[in-house]
Design a protein around this ligand. Structure first.
Ligand SMILES: C[S@@+](CC[C@H](N)C(=O)[O-])C[C@H]1O[C@@H](n2cnc3c(N)ncnc32)[C@H](O)[C@@H]1O
Length: 226
């Protein structure tokens, strides 16, 4: 099985059992909280803090074109899109199973300005300079071809556009590093190589302007301008 198939298989599990995944991402169920504490050394406050920082580069009342990749189950972003009725939002993910959960959530929440597309971040099906914002939450640690992912997210962003989000960085928390290497990677949820905070900053400095990189435990948070 190639890495793309392994990733699809892993996320089929999370997509079809979205309540476990969502409980973990939002620190809202007993099992989700236990995993956040054990793997990420995060309590509810830290969990909320990294997300708030990752989303803070999106202007209030944003009304332009935003690409989110990967959208996953949409648990972190549909509540944000509900507050941006004038934005034109495109969500992409490799896993139909994860994205089906996002589709259902958008429908239930009455969100009409979001379109969904299955695809690979390494071969984005969009023209150059199509989006004002590219948002990527918890994706780069999962993507199998990081170089293609960085190149493609850059290509589809307009000049002056914002690239922001978050993902796992190594060397920030030793316990997290252990779980990623020995569990999440083997299960197909994460794929190396991983950035450190330093390497992420260097990479973004080489591509973007106004680069801001910080971290909460093992999650690196970034925002920059093309
Ligand atoms: C940890 S989830 C993050 C989802 C969501 N952004 C969140 O924070 O809850 C990682 C996602 O990356 C997606 N993914 C993995 N490889 C991908 C690829 N090559 N192109 C697009 N999405 C991919 C998976 O299907 C999965 O939904």
């Amino acid at each position: 099985m190639n890495r793309y198939d392994e990733i699809r298989k892993a996320y089929r599990m999370s997509g079809s059992n979205a309540s476990l995944y969502d409980g973990m991402m939002t620190y809202s169920t007993p099992l989700g909280k236990a995993i956040c504490n054990l793997v990420w050394n995060m309590d509810g406050e830290r969990n909320a803090a990294y997300l708030e920082q990752a989303l803070s580069a999106i202007p209030e009342n944003f009304a332009g074109k935003l690409l989110e990749v990967p959208v996953g189950t949409g648990v972190l972003t549909m509540p944000v899109y509900k507050t941006l009725p004038d934005a034109e939002i495109t969500c992409l993910d490799y896993s139909e199973d994860m994205m089906n959960a996002a589709r259902q959530r958008a429908k239930q929440m009455g969100i009409e300005n979001v379109t969904f597309r299955q695809g690979d971040v390494g071969k984005l099906p969009f023209e150059d300079e199509s989006f004002d914002i590219v948002l990527s939450l918890n994706g780069f640690h999962a993507f199998p071809d990081k170089e293609a992912a960085y190149a493609e997210t850059f290509r589809v962003l307009k000049k002056g556009g914002i690239f922001c989000g978050c993902f796992y960085i190594r060397n920030a928390n030793r316990r997290t590093d252990w779980f990623i290497k020995n569990l999440y990677q083997k299960m197909g949820f994460f794929t190396p190589p991983y950035e450190t905070e330093f390497s992420l900053r260097q990479r973004l400095y080489n591509m973007y302007e106004d680069v801001k990189v910080t971290h909460v435990e093992g999650i690196g948070v970034f925002a920059c301008v093309k």
